[in-house]
Ligand binder design. Structure first.
Ligand code: FE2
Length: 208
C-alpha cells in the first residue's frame, strides 16, 4: 500500500513564488488507499436492514466489506469464465445494488464510469488490478489484494482486471447502477463515451 505523503508545514514568505507540490496519487486513486475488510465490516443482518435511502461512499464500503466477509451471502454464485465475466446481482432496490463478481486474468471491464453512482469494491479472493486513465501521461495501475476494500464517487473512471485466477469481489453501488459510461480510445486515441445498461457486461471497446 502506498503511504500518504505528509503535507508540508513550512509557510512561504509573503510575495514569494509558491511552488506547487506534486499531487499525491492517493488523492485521486481510491484503490491506493484501501482499508482492510475487517476494519470496516460489521455483522451483516441482511439487506432488509438497509436504511432505505441512498448510501455514501463510507456506507458503501462498510456494506461491501460486511457482505464480503460473510461467504454464505455469495459463495454459491461463484463461477469463472475467460470468455464472459461471471457476475450475479445479490440485491437491488431503489437505493443500492450489490453484486458478486468473479474474475480470471482474461476478464477486463474496459474503461468505464458509473454515471451518477458511488461505489465500493471489496476483494475477497485473489486480487484485482485497477487502472486509472490519465491524459498526457501513463495511466496508473494499482493491485488490490484479497482482504481490502476501497470506495469512490461518481466522478471516478476506472478499468478493473482480474490480477489472479479465481478472484472474487463484492461491489456495492448507490444509487443503483442504471446507465454506465463505457469509454473507447480507438486507434487515434480520441476518447469517446458510450452509454451502456448496467445489465450489459462491461468489456473493452478497443484493444488499449
Ligand atoms: Fe467500475
Amino acid at each position: 500500500m502506498t503511504a500518504v505523503a505528509t503535507a508540508p508545514t513550512a509557510t512561504a514568505p509573503r510575495g514569494a513564488p509558491t511552488a506547487t507540490a506534486p499531487r499525491a496519487a492517493t488523492e485521486e486513486v481510491p484503490a491506493r488507499r484501501p482499508v482492510p475488510l475487517d476494519a470496516v465490516a460489521v455483522r451483516f443482518t441482511g439487506f432488509e436492514s438497509l436504511p432505505g435511502r441512498d448510501l455514501d461512499k463510507g456506507e458503501l464500503r462498510t456494506l461491501a466489506a460486511s457482505v464480503a466477509v460473510d461467504p454464505s451471502r455469495w459463495e454459491e454464485h461463484v463461477a469463472f469464465a475467460d470468455e464472459q465475466r461471471h457476475y450475479v446481482c445479490l440485491y437491488r432496490d431503489a437505493h443500492v445494488d450489490v453484486w458478486v463478481l468473479c474474475w480470471t486474468p482474461a476478464n477486463d471491464t474496459g474503461w468505464h464510469d458509473h454515471d451518477i453512482s458511488s461505489g465500493a469494491v471489496a476483494v475477497v479472493r485473489g486480487a484485482l488490478t485497477e487502472h486509472n486513465l490519465a491524459v498526457g501521461q501513463p495511466s496508473l495501475s494499482t493491485d488490490v489484494p484479497a482482504g481490502e476494500v476501497f470506495s469512490f464517487g461518481p466522478e471516478h473512471i476506472h478499468r478493473l482486471v482480474g490480477k489472479e485466477a479465481a478472484s472474487v469481489s463484492i461491489h456495492a453501488y448507490s444509487p443503483p447502477l442504471w446507465r454506465m459510461g463505457q469509454y473507447s480510445l480507438g486507434s487515434t486515441g480520441i476518447l469517446r463515451r458510450v452509454s451502456v445498461s448496467y445489465a450489459d457486461e462491461l468489456r473493452p471497446l478497443d484493444v488499449r
